[in-house]
Write a protein that binds this ligand. Structure first.
Ligand SMILES: Cc1ncc(COP(=O)(O)O)c(C=O)c1O
Length: 388
């Protein structure tokens, strides 16, 4: 065996425990998984038809690295209409999912040793991506008592003076389901201007908000045009996770630099998927609204049932996750609790620590699963908790 063949970058990357738990969940057919981080719906029919048509019309070649112009035009229209961002197709790059967008934007902005602020708890890809690039992840603690909103005092506490280039935020939020308020975003905008840092705004769940909560893009706030990379995705909005299409909008200089790197990462996002997403953006948005309504129905039931069994959570107003506290019920770590619940209740959930150390004492439950399955999972959890 070739010794030392695997890079430190790879060996030092922490393993994702979600994989281990979800593997156990998949192997045991009696388990109900509340682990999924993607829509359970299949892609709406009209979009599938557009993808089929694109294939038979020969859209099987590479696309321009920045993305097909027709798609970038449709994205620019959408950004203006839905997000109040004055966008031009030149300032947009189409990526292979927003996962590639996270990597490209950080590759473009972060030199080794430079700091990137990430929220904790927060989406599990941010920290490893900063680490892969030898950047310095700086955790910004989010607190349940603040409704999991981002908070300026915590930002001030986390920043590394002189060395911080960017902050990644995510609203609506994975894993807490928080929708950032206008005032929290305005405070963050002031902070970014004062400290001269870029904001990467991950808006993968922008269309999934509930109870009258509304998603606000920080890039639409006054004076933020040059300071925000807005990152969005077709994965959740159109249940198109497997098509792998995301996009980023921001200052042209940055978009050009990202396009240069994109040439050597994936060259172009999948062409057939780009054609399908163009159809999705230009077509009726009814299917997205129907999915949102169904998530909402499941959300209300799940939150009510969790509260009834003593697992209180700040009511999630966006995305498709609930993030209840468990630490008042058990001394088990969130990982041990998730393992125990899998064995005892045959329900798979994700330990809060998957999303950072401040996720300890919490678990994440996804409601991207059929209503009846969630109801059965709640019955099982209720029974299991009595044995704690
Ligand atoms: C907050 C957040 N950002 C980005 C992604 C990745 O999405 P994409 O499918 O566009 O790569 C996910 C996926 O779960 C997510 O939860």
């Amino acid at each position: 065996m070739l010794r030392g063949i695997i890079s430190e970058r790879s060996t030092e990357l922490p393993s994702i425990v979600i994989g281990k738990l979800l593997k156990m969940a998949v192997e045991d057919k009696s388990v109900i998984s509340l682990g999924p981080g993607e829509p359970d719906f299949t892609t709406p029919k009209g979009i599938i038809t557009a993808a089929r048509r694109a294939l038979s019309e020969g859209y099987t070649h590479y696309s321009p690295p920045q993305g097909r112009l027709e798609l970038r035009k449709a994205i620019a229209e959408k950004l203006k209409k839905d997000n109040k961002i004055d966008a031009s197709p030149d300032d947009i790059i189409v990526t292979t999912g927003s996962t590639e967008g996270i990597l490209l934007s950080l590759m473009t902005m972060v030199d080794p040793g430079e700091g990137v602020m990430i929220t904790d708890p927060g989406f599990l890809a941010y920290r490893p991506t900063v680490e892969i690039l030898n950047g310095m992840p700086l955790s910004v603690r989010l607190r349940e008592e603040h409704g999991w909103q981002i908070d300026v005092d915590e930002l001030e506490r986390s920043i590394a003076p002189e060395k911080t280039n960017a902050i990644i935020i995510n609203t609506p939020t994975n894993p807490t389901g928080t929708v950032y308020t206008r005032s929290a975003l305005e405070d963050l905008a002031d902070f970014a201007i004062e400290h001269d840092i870029m904001i990467i705004s991950d808006e993968a769940y922008e269309k999934l908000t509930y109870d009258g909560s509304r998603h606000i893009s920080i890039g639409s706030l006054n004076g933020m045009g040059d300071r925000v990379l807005t990152m969005q995705s077709a994965s959740k909005t159109y249940a198109m996770a497997g098509f792998r299409i995301g996009w980023m909008h921001g200052p042209e200089k940055l978009v050009k630099a990202m396009t240069k790197l994109h040439l050597f990462s994936t060259l172009s996002a999948p062409t057939v998927s780009q054609v399908a997403v163009t159809a999705a953006l230009k077509g009726s948005q009814k299917a997205t609204e129907e999915m949102r309504k169904e998530y909402d129905r499941r959300r209300r039931m799940m939150v009510k049932r969790l509260n009834r069994m003593g697992l209180h959570c700040v009511e999630p107003k966006g995305a498709f996750y609930a993030f209840p506290k468990i630490s008042h019920l058990t001394k088990k770590s969130s990982f041990k609790f998730a393992e125990w619940l899998l064995r005892e209740g045959k329900v798979a959930v994700v330990p809060g620590t998957e999303f950072g150390k401040y996720g300890e004492g919490y678990i994440r439950l996804s409601y991207a699963t059929a209503y009846d399955k969630i109801a059965t999972a709640m019955d099982r959890m209720g029974k299991a908790l009595k044995k704690l």
